[in-house]
Design a protein around this ligand. Structure first.
Ligand code: FAD
Length: 380
């Protein structure tokens, strides 16, 4: 039987960040097992968005940890994450969203988030081409924006490898053995690996990995799609990542064109990641309504991936009670890229130091059994 101190299941951004942070704390006897290729899950299919503007304190605090880590990524890791801090602009058009965002503005002020409330004039000032005559108000935070997911992944993987972490592709974990209330080993089609700790960082597949260890984790895959246009004449400058909160339609600048996404309310949980081109007209309608300049733009590509959805739209982070050595770091509900730096640091601290410098106790799996849920509202 092979041996490793820690086995991380899943070679996406979360697994890579945990591996890197373990390595920087001197733990190098780490194997990351990826069943496909590194980043082949949601990590290379997302919009790259990073933001502080969440409705719950724990999500804001995860972002407050993560964003500075992305800001200094080039210096620390040596890879440019192509960070564009152009701000997130949330457009509020309904009573229900207005009430939530008024509460969020108070939360942000208390937590030191530099977000501000904008009236229509203010919206025009930050994004003149946008149609905003129906907007009741907007919120804007200049620290928010987007970055390149592949660069973040490659940076963490490269640095972790340099420190001695092993990443293995095309080797799925198919069984997890328990002995006397703790994890003992993982099995792949090629071998068994004895280990002290198993980290479930399998993103949308985390519930399946949990089930291998007899742990029930409420994470379900939800398809989300992205479409990208060719370069658009007259939009050759940066503009905020803009979210129409009432419909979840969002867009940001991408390679001179526009990247757009929107949740399809008809999508049911499941592992179908084919592109539903039939939903494109709905997105295009929202796009033309908000940004008439897109009239002549061509959609050049589209793809689909999965949100790793939890009932309260927060991740499951930390040790799992009842099974020593089993740690979960998944279920970010569409925010895993931006929260991977903080999550990786916290899980490494938990494993090595036994405690974390960021309070992740509200994110324990046991919150579901206790019924102690606070739901994130600002999910796109
Ligand atoms: C369209 C879209 C837009 C998004 N936009 C954003 C955004 O703007 N900002 C943001 O922060 N987040 C966004 N997200 C969410 C983000 O992509 C995810 O939260 C993040 O990638 C989760 O990373 P992960 O490492 O947990 O999961 P993944 O990247 O999915 O990695 C999990 C890995 O585990 C592997 N795996 C599964 N089972 C096994 C097994 N048994 N053995 C070994 N390996 C296994 C998988 O192959 C996969 O590579 C978006 C997602 C989508 C789909």
């Amino acid at each position: 039987m092979d041996r490793a101190q820690i086995v991380i299941v899943g070679g996406g951004i979360v697994g890579a960040s945990i591996a890197y942070h373990l390595a920087t704390k001197g733990v190098r006897d780490v194997v990351v097992l990826e069943r496909d290729t590194l980043g082949s899950g949601s990590t290379t299919r997302n919009a790259g968005g990073i933001r502080l503007q969440f409705s719950t304190e724990v999500n804001v605090r995860l972002s407050q940890r993560s964003i500075p880590m992305i800001e200094r990524f080039s210096d620390e890791i040596g890879v440019d994450p192509d960070l564009h801090q152009v701000g997130y602009l949330f457009l509020i058009t309904t009573d229900a969203d207005a009430a939530v965002f008024e509460r969020s503005l108070a939360l942000w002020e208390r937590l030191g988030v530099p977000a501000r409330r904008l009236d229509r004039e203010g919206v025009r000032a930050v994004f003149p081409e946008l149609r905003a005559d129906d907007v009741r108000f907007a919120t804007f935070c200049q620290k928010d924006g987007y970055c390149d997911p592949t660069s973040l992944l490659n940076g963490y993987v490269g640095r972790a490898r340099t420190h001695g972490v092993t990443f293995v592709e095309a080797e799925p974990v198919v069984a997890i053995a328990r002995e006397g209330g703790r994890v003992a080993s993982v099995r792949t089609p090629k071998r068994d690996i004895a280990c002290e700790v198993v980290v479930d960082a399998a993103g949308p597949w985390a519930a399946q990995v949990g089930a291998l260890a007899g742990v029930s984790i409420p994470i379900t895959p939800l398809r989300r799609q992205i479409f990208v246009t060719d370069p658009v004449a007259g939009l050759d400058h940066d503009f905020p990542l803009t979210v129409e909160m009432a419909t979840s339609f969002y867009f940001h600048r991408e390679s001179g064109g526009v990247l757009m996404g929107m949740a399809d309310p008809a999508d049911k949980p499941g592992f179908d990641d084919s592109v539903n081109w039939g939903f494109l007209p709905t997105i295009v309608e929202r796009a033309l309504d908000r940004l008439p300049r897109l009239e002549k733009a061509n959609v050049k590509t589209g793809w689909a991936g999965f949100y790793e959805d939890t009932p309260d739209k927060h991740p499951v982070l930390g040790r799992v009670e009842g099974l020593d050595g089993f740690v979960c770091a998944a279920g970010f509900s569409g925010h895993g890229l931006m929260h991977a730096p903080a999550a990786g640091e916290a899980i490494a601290e938990l494993i090595v130091d036994g405690r974390t410098t960021l309070d992740i106790s509200p994110l324990a799996l046991s919150r579901y059994a206790r019924g102690q849920l606070v739901t994130e509202h600002n999910v796109i």
